[in-house]
Write a protein that binds this ligand. Sequence first.
Ligand code: NDP
Ligand code: MG
Length: 390
Amino acid sequence: MRSISVLGATGSVGESAFDLVMRAGGPERFRTIALTGGANVARLAQMARALRAEIAVTAWPQCLAELRAALAGSGIEAAAGPRAVAEAAARPADWTLSAIVGAAGLPPGLEVLNRGGTLALANKETLVAAGPLVMSRARETGARILPVDSEHSAIFQALQGEDLESVEHVTITASGGAFRDWPLERLAQASVAEASRHPNWDMGQRITIDSASMFNKALEVIEAHEFFGLGVERLRVLVHPQSIIHAMVTHRDGGSIAHLGAPDMRHAIGYALNWPARAPLPVPALDLAALGSLTFAQPDEARWPALRLAREAIEAGGAAGAVLNAAKEQALDDFIAGRIRFTDMAPAVEHALALAAREAGFGQSPRDLAEVLHWDGFARRAAAQWQGAA
Ligand code: NDP
Ligand code: MG
């Protein structure tokens, strides 16, 4: 029986994975090693019971008592704290999904790679913050990374049987998020509630706001650069409001292979779960006649400066990914808390990148987790400091 672990099981991607695993037979079909979550311990315990997991871990030490109580009598181990999450990830499993949100996903993701496991990666921050480290660790240990971010799953699928050398460029599509059609001058007044409504995808709040600012696409461009080894000149972003084409690979002979599908994460998660096979999934096939038309537009970088920052971060290399990611997380925290405006997030990230670029060692890619965390802390302080300057 195949063994699996899900990190971030209680989130939006985690729930979709749980749904797929239960539909595929649950504990009759999979041996669940570890499930991890955060504050939602009631749901974590419910999932752990349903899948008869070996261990359930909450990232928050203060939630341990509640988790223990919720698991009483089940025989399922309980643990808490970031270290326990990483230890759970280190337990051997055939397939581990990382669906934690933010840079917190990096340490447990590295544990999966250290043991040479298969890491189904929704947590794009792992590659953005530490791409060279993550990819070289995977090569050293023979670990496999399967992309779960829908665009990267789409590129991965479109590249099956193809030679990366023949790729002229790759196009990642973006819906444009909540503010695609807003007048530019209104953006500064955008509220957290308005930024948290996505036109097509049902996702966690943080990635939904990142879709409105295009920081999600900025992270995805860096993620594609790190994972597929494509230079910035071979990576394009295209606004596609319907979110039906997820990505497209254009070859130097002029042919393009696009990946299409309903905007439902269960496709990309299920593809990674069944890879290299394809199994039936509860995702409806497309009805293009009913859709009628698909539309496209060039992204406007005045509306979405995050796209320029991603390009500049790739060109800068070194610690720029770790800095951009952490500064963005800080700026997003500050926006959600009402400390800065929606349009302040990109300048705060740009400020952090500019300060970091003056530091010794910025040009060198972080070689271990401690170096990533150094730049992560630097970037959060720099981005937080920007509010003072505003
Ligand atoms: P959610 O916020 O819905 O879920 C995040 C999960 O991580 C929850 O289980 C949460 O626990 C847990 N968590 C939160 N903070 C921490 C922490 N500090 N340490 C450990 N665990 C933590 O996020 P999404 O599911 O939307 O996104 C997960 C990842 O997948 C992100 O990297 C996102 O960019 C990526 N992604 C998401 C997509 C989507 O459709 N949602 C699409 C493509 C990529 P709890 O809820 O119990 O507090
Ligand atoms: Mg995506």
